[in-house]
Design a protein around this ligand. Structure first.
Ligand code: HEC
Ligand code: HEC
Length: 184
């Protein structure tokens, strides 16, 4: 998938946490900082330095030249927006046990349906920002995962506040036998 510069900015604005600078992502397609060209060769991996993340090998919707660090920052943002964990979308690998005795996650694996849904959602968010929000005279605030999810995996239905809060339609006194709406 080809991603234009404005879309890259949308990615930067929409998904990245503070500390991730848009100029870094705008430098694409220069090789991203920290990318390890040997990381994709089986058996040829040098041990990663502390606090570094291996370059991604299976990106289908994010720009393919993102570094491991950049992907990690986007993932932190998704995790927070959905109130989930990495394991919400990523499968545990029973053959890869960490020193704490728990299986490590196989981030490149595509088995979890939530991962496929997240890819679909990412495309939707890009479409909304590019083809809808970007076409109105607005404050420049893009739609993000958090716009709908608000820290929950399944955004619940919108429940309108009680009528008394709507200034155009002052609440009528409750009819006999009807409970008054509770204040919020
Ligand atoms: C809402 C679902 C979701 C959550 C939560 C999530 N991820 Fe992801 N992750 C994805 C998707 C989707 C991709 C693939 C993106 C693409 O295809 O461009 C991905 C890709 C990755 C990759 C790149 C794998 C590769 O080699 O291509 C890494 C690493 C990763 N995630 C780490 C994490 C970490 C760490 C967390 C927790 C902080 C996390 N993810 C939380 C959905 C999620
Ligand atoms: C326009 C509103 C909206 C936006 C923006 C949005 N989502 Fe969603 N998302 C939904 C709705 C609605 C559902 C379905 C919830 C349900 O099934 O109850 C959903 C479902 C999901 C699910 C599946 C949850 C499950 O229970 O399996 C994942 C994963 C997800 N979204 C990830 C994302 C990610 C990642 C982003 C940002 C890239 C995003 N969403 C942006 C509205 C949105």
């Amino acid at each position: 998938m080809k991603i234009s510069l404005p879309q890259l900015f949308a990615v930067g604005l929409t998904l990245l946490t503070a500390g991730f600078t848009i100029p870094t992502i705008a430098q694409a397609p220069a090789p991203p900082q920290g990318a390890n060209p040997t990381a994709q060769q089986p058996g040829g991996n040098p041990p990663p330095p502390p606090r570094s993340f291996p370059a991604p090998t299976n990106l289908k919707v994010l720009p393919k030249n993102l570094s491991g660090q950049q992907v990690h920052e986007i993932m932190d943002g998704w995790e927070a927006a959905l109130g989930g964990k990495c394991s919400t979308c990523h499968t545990a690998n029973p053959n890869d046990i960490a020193p704490n005795g728990r299986p490590r996650l196989d981030f490149a694996d595509d088995k979890k349906p939530e991962k496929a849904t997240a890819r679909l959602m990412f495309g939707m968010v890009e479409d909304i920002n590019k083809n809808y929000i970007g076409k109105i005279d607005n404050s420049g605030v893009p739609v993000t995962c958090g716009t709908c999810h608000r820290g929950h995996l399944d955004p619940g239905p919108f429940v309108a506040p009680p009528e008394g809060h709507d200034h155009d339609h002052p609440a009528a006194p409750p009819a006999a036998g009807e409970k008054p709406s509770l204040p919020r």
